[in-house]
Design a protein around this ligand. Structure first.
Ligand SMILES: [Zn+2]
Length: 439
């Protein structure tokens, strides 16, 4: 008999909980979390199991402070269900799924392999290990013939979904239950787990948990959290602080519309009467940039005032260059593959742009009308793509903040380099002026 999927069992232990109580001021907790995260981030890439344990410890410590029933904070299943039920995590998951292509791909891949089987059960029942080269669905069906009891596969409603011919829903509760199962395998899988097919899920499970949960961290731990004004300037928006609020009154109509779209995509807030109304004063910059990445158009040419068509990491730099008097024709942030570059309207503008951008640190090269990011420091080519892209945002911010002074400078430089009006013929020295040689 086909069972009906009962998704409620994923969160039943959480009772009527809607959302966890976010522990805000809790120095002890954040110190503890920080120490685990340091190990999570430092441990090198191939030690996935160790990293997962560190991340899990941090998340569970947080959950224990955030769960309402203090008598049950040592009950792992209770905490897992509370995490799976939490509305904020669920919303964030849904948002990332909507705006971030990579995240969505990761989730779809992960879900397609569901359910995650308890490795200890697989071993006891001689089901055999899953070979990642093999069809996962066929393997799962074979495993289900052995009638695995509740708790040996996740999500717990997974069998019901499959028997009903449905896909496992791509939501936080289902995905989190799989993540928790991956963690259980890690603790109870023993030595053989090291080579197991189920181990394939370790990396994606860890990445998803980190992506969704890390926004809970206070800004001291998460360094990329920036004020909204900075985020907007770095992305090229003509934003200003007026009476402690951010105004976009100076911005073009088209860019205000585009910003409105970005704010909606990331559920950040809204723009009303040119004033930004935000849910939070700070934003995790990578999250903001992902919203930009999924919303902007593809053209690399066009007017430098049109932010909606420019590359995510180049929009700010190009916009501010134009604002200080250096026109551009094309720009490309390299999409993580190539070096970011842009083409100025003429060679002199390109020279001026390189001169300005190299003012603090020499990092751009110019050739003809093209200006390219070349890297900085003793080994310029070693800069990782993410680092290069961050530099473009830093350069944009510097230009934005100094734009009034830089505009004056650029104008002065143009005057200095402009060819003078043709010089009057120099007066011929008297000596040569037909002074008759003495005869
Ligand atoms: Zn379900």
């Amino acid at each position: 008999m086909a069972e009906k999927p009962d998704c409620g069992i994923l969160t039943s232990e959480a009772g009527d909980l809607q959302a966890l109580n976010r522990p805000a001021e809790n120095a002890e907790l954040w110190d503890f979390v920080r120490s685990w995260l340091r190990r999570f981030q430092k441990t090198d890439g191939d030690k996935a199991a160790e990293r997962f344990v560190c991340l899990w410890a941090a998340v569970m410590a947080w959950a224990a402070k955030a769960a309402p029933d203090l008598r049950r904070t040592r009950d792992g299943m209770y905490l897992e269900h509370c995490l799976a039920r939490d509305q904020k995590l669920a919303e964030r998951f849904a948002n990332l799924y909507k705006i971030d292509k990579d995240f969505r791909r990761k989730i779809e891949h992960f879900i397609a392999a569901a359910p995650v089987l308890l490795f200890a059960w697989l071993q006891r029942n001689a089901v055999g290990d899953w070979d990642p080269g093999q069809d996962r669905r066929a393997y799962i069906m074979k495993a289900f013939e052995k009638e695995p009891p509740d708790g040996t596969f996740a999500p717990a409603c997974g069998r019901g979904h499959l028997q009903a011919g449905e896909k496992i829903p791509a939501d936080w509760a289902h995905v989190f239950s799989m993540i928790a199962q991956v963690r259980r395998n890690l603790f109870h899988g023993g030595k053989n787990y090291k080579t197991s097919g189920e181990r394939q899920f370790l990396e994606p499970a860890m990445a998803i948990l980190w992506e969704v949960w890390r926004f809970e961290l206070p800004s001291g731990i998460l360094l990329s959290r920036v004020s909204w004004l900075r985020a907007l300037l770095r992305s090229g928006f003509l934003a200003q602080e007026v009476d402690n609020r951010i105004s976009l009154a100076e911005e073009t109509e088209a860019n205000r519309k585009y910003l409105q779209k970005l704010l909606a995509a990331g559920q950040f807030g809204t723009l009303k009467n040119n004033i930004l109304l935000l849910d939070e004063p700070y934003v995790e910059e990578s999250y903001w940039l992902r919203a930009v990445d999924s919303t902007h158009g593809g053209a690399e040419g066009g007017s430098a005032d049109d932010l909606a068509i420019m590359d995510t990491y180049m929009a700010g730099l190009v916009r501010w260059l134009n604002k200080v008097g250096i026109g551009t024709e094309l720009s490309c942030d390299g999409h993580g593959l190539k070096k970011p570059s842009f083409i100025a309207i003429d060679e002199e503008s390109a020279r001026l742009a390189a001169w300005l951008l190299n003012f603090r640190v020499p990092q751009f090269t110019q050739s003809g009308k093209t200006v390219k990011y070349a890297g900085a420091g003793p080994n310029p080519n070693a800069a990782k793509p993410a680092e290069r892209l961050r530099r473009m945002l830093d350069a944009a911010e510097w230009l934005a903040k100094n734009r009034d002074d830089l505009k004056v400078m650029v104008a002065a430089m143009r005057r200095v380099s402009a060819p003078k009006t043709p010089p009057k013929p120099e007066p011929v020295p008297a000596r040569e002026q037909g002074v008759k040689p003495k005869s």
